[in-house]
Write a protein that binds this ligand. Structure first.
Ligand code: 1BN
Ligand code: ZN
Length: 348
């Protein structure tokens, strides 16, 4: 069995033991998760139809531009100039859209030795609103191209692996400024997700990954922070995407998975958000679920046909702007924006 499979199996087993029942039980806080309302014997007066929820149009050109801006800094590898400059730009983008920003700085060890300076960037929309949802992605890029055949020791641009999720979230932040909603939103851009140990040595190396999510989930930016749900985006910009119902998400937050996949189906995207079970990925959401007990899911493309199980450009130098398909950004952006606005409107 490969170490990735061991990691996945371990993640699922631990989750089932530790968090599963707690989270499933905690979900009825969401509107449609509770028991059906008790039947009334009073005569029914016809109610006026609720106005349809107006969802702003997700602009894929804008999201693409936000991905390119990140890639143009060069590889966003910790302790580099590109990493520092990109962090400053991301914070300034959130501020430009009127969000309140927290730059959560931390230090974490690299598995090869040495220490990284990390920063999780948190953009808060309506920070005073207690009813909140969480959207996240990682903004660092991998320090080496382990899956490439050449220049394997050089860092990658991470247009899709990192950049695409952030691009979608920045466009959502822009839309919130344009069309306000009555809900609080936290955009959390995790650092140091992609600096982990990929060796197939039979050991559980999962804690060498997702260092920013590990830090944030143990040091929440607000004490007692508990959104209705969390949605993580990872590798949401490649061509021919396939989003399956990832196993940790299904274990921790099946109702949220259902909301997202049924929204995608209603929008006509069942061919992309396929209604089938997918393998576990020990991604940022795993640590958020385990440490902070927030019901969080992962939207991650796994189109099949590769040895790694991930997209063909995964952890290679081909993960550049040529790997980004605007139509994929548009589909994912439309789905998650619809989920957000329908949650705010109380119909999801
Ligand atoms: C996702 C994108 N991940 C890394 N880049 C998470 C991951 C960690 C996937 C370990 C496989 C193994
Ligand atoms: Zn990666």
């Amino acid at each position: 069995m490969s170490s990735k499979n061991i990691r996945s199996k371990l993640a699922i087993a631990l989750l089932a033991l530790f968090a599963g029942s707690y989270l499933v039980l905690s979900l009825p806080r969401c509107k449609s998760d509770g028991a059906p309302p008790a039947k009334s014997t009073a005569p029914q007066t016809p109610q006026p139809a609720a106005p349809p929820i107006s969802v702003p149009t997700f602009n894929a050109d804008s999201a693409y531009y936000f991905v390119k801006k990140q890639v143009d800094f060069g590889p966003r590898v910790p302790n580099s100039e590109a990493h520092r400059k990109c962090a400053a730009w991301l914070a300034s983008e959130f501020k430009r859209h009127g969000l309140e920003v927290i730059e959560q700085k931390f230090q974490a060890p690299h598995f090869k030795g040495g220490t990284f300076d990390g920063v999780n960037i948190i953009g808060q929309y309506k920070p005073e609103n207690p009813r909140r949802v969480l959207f996240a992605a990682h903004w660092d890029s991998r320090f080496q191209a382990d899956q490439d055949t050449k220049d394997r020791n050089k860092p990658i641009l991470g247009a899709d692996d990192g950049g695409s999720g952030v691009g979608v979230l920045l466009e959502m932040a822009r839309l919130l400024a344009e069309q306000p909603v009555d809900i609080g939103v936290d955009f959390v851009l995790f650092d140091l997700e992609d600096q982990g140990d990929d060796s197939d040595d039979g050991k559980d190396n999962s804690k060498t990954w997702c260092l920013g999510a590990q830090h944030w989930s143990k040091n929440l930016h607000k004490p007692g922070y508990m959104p209705l749900y969390g949605i993580l985006l990872d590798m949401v910009g490649g061509a021919n995407p396939k989003f399956q119902k990832e196993a940790i998400s299904m274990q921790a937050a099946p109702t949220i998975v259902e909301k997202v996949w049924s929204t995608a189906a209603a929008l006509g995207y069942s061919n992309v958000f396929v209604p089938e079970a997918g393998n576990a990925v020990t991604d940022d959401h795993y640590f958020v679920v385990m440490n902070a007990r927030i019901p969080m899911i992962d939207i991650i493309s796994r189109p099949g046909g590769t040895k790694t199980g991930f997209v063909p450009h995964w952890h290679t130098h081909d993960d550049n702007m040529d790997a980004i398909d605007k139509n994929t950004l548009r589909i994912v952006g439309e789905v998650v924006t619809t989920v957000l606005y329908r949650t705010a409107g109380g119909v999801l």
